[in-house]
Design a protein around this ligand. Structure first.
Ligand code: SF4
Length: 113
């Protein structure tokens, strides 16, 4: 996706391409998903949705279908809504805790093997 259409943000453009009958490979990133990406240091703090899309989309497996990308987004969004919440993330419940450089800042240490 080269860019969003005039007057349409990247999230809406990606959603239109991915979830509609077009079923094109385009990752939807909303604010919950973006927060998780920022805390995992995939994108810098206060990253924009556009920069996050450009950073993450090339890293996802090329074999993933539009449905796979939608499933990935839904899981990341749910993680952001329920565990990696804006206020007081629940790092001790997060499946990504061992990979996350932000978790210690919230008082959680990586699990030991
Ligand atoms: S470990 Fe904590 S800060 Fe890191 S992604 Fe999980 S909930 Fe968010």
């Amino acid at each position: 996706m080269a860019g969003a259409a005039a007057g349409v943000g990247r999230k809406v453009a990606a959603a239109t391409l991915n979830v509609s009958t077009l079923r094109m490979r385009a990752l939807v990133i909303d604010t919950h998903h973006l927060r998780v990406l920022e805390r995992l240091a995939f994108v810098g703090g206060h990253g924009s949705l556009t920069r996050a899309y450009d950073r993450v989309m090339p890293l996802l497996p090329s074999a993933w279908s539009a449905a796979d990308l939608d499933a990935h987004h839904q899981l990341m969004k749910r993680l952001g809504q329920t565990v990696c919440r804006h206020h007081r993330p629940l790092c001790h419940r997060c499946p990504l805790q061992d990979l996350c450089p932000t978790a210690p800042g919230y008082g959680h240490r990586p699990r030991r093997a």
